[in-house]
Write a protein that binds this ligand. Sequence first.
Ligand SMILES: Nc1ncnc2c1ncn2[C@@H]1O[C@H](COP(=O)(O)OP(=O)(O)O)[C@@H](O)[C@H]1O
Ligand SMILES: NC(=O)OP(=O)(O)O
Length: 313
Amino acid sequence: MAKRVVIAVGGNAILQPKQDPTFEVQMTNVQKSAEQIAKIEAMDYEIVLTHGNGPQVGNILQQNELAKHTVPALPLDACNGESQGFIGYMLEQSLKNTLRQNQSSANVATLLTEVEVDRDDPAFKDPSKPIGVFYDEDEAKQLQASKGWIMKEDAGRGYRRVVPSPMPAMIHGVDSINHLLEQNIIVIAGGGGGIPVYQDEDGLLQGLEAVIDKDRTGRKLAEQVNADIFMILTDVSNVYINYGKPNQKKLEAVCVKETQKYLDDGQFAAGSMGPKIEAAIAFAKTGRTAIICSLYEADLALQGKAGTRISYT
Ligand SMILES: Nc1ncnc2c1ncn2[C@@H]1O[C@H](COP(=O)(O)OP(=O)(O)O)[C@@H](O)[C@H]1O
Ligand SMILES: NC(=O)OP(=O)(O)O
């Protein structure tokens, strides 16, 4: 029986911080990512693919704000939906073309995914999710004063606007995902962490203005579709301790207890590797394996030849 993997691709797979955020640039990046995902498909895995949207949803929000005097602005949950749609389109088309070239019989489907969160999640009072482009300190101060945006420093890379980022509690559409996987279809779901929603007093779904972390949603998705492996693809080959220092050491196979200790010791930056490690630990606690590795070594990592593997013991 084919093994099931949930793969979360990082922002760099779609747009790198210094790149111009044109559609063409993002499409070129996505095409390279699709070639890597197709290698995993060729290894006979059932694949659920999820992805970030921080730069894209920030840019959509800004487009809305700039045009609001002529076209009414959409709320952030609708912007999340837009970003799922256009990133899903780029991924789906690139994957279909690559699979066709590889003469694979697999197909691809993108699902718009709502994710339930707690309306009273404390994250709504403490925005922390960086979105959109980077600014220097002076620009950040000006934007904070003129537009009322909340600006925070993002992992040593500059200042960005931040929005609330509640925890994902329940992914919608898992039955559909399971059905598609059984039909040899790669499913793109939970993009941008999913569209945050809650159930109101009448049991009706309503959108919320927030951006969920895609690694957290990826982990939840992996649990809900009963995946064998949860994989986070990013722009470093491994997780390191003492990262960036002369004595940095790469982690290859680590258990939950050891990884938790490094996390508690502050080895993983809050806005970047920290959430990935938290998600990986949470998944590994279910007794299955989480992998963090480079997008370009994903196939090797699944064979145990690259990346960082986090297991319960
Ligand atoms: N301990 C660590 N080991 C490896 N990378 C780390 C560590 N701490 C921070 N990082 C940073 O995490 C980055 C990946 O996180 P992030 O930029 O959020 O990725 P993505 O956009 O791919 O989700 C790496 O480029 C690296 O600079
Ligand atoms: N939603 C989300 O986590 O996006 P990024 O990975 O691009 O920050």
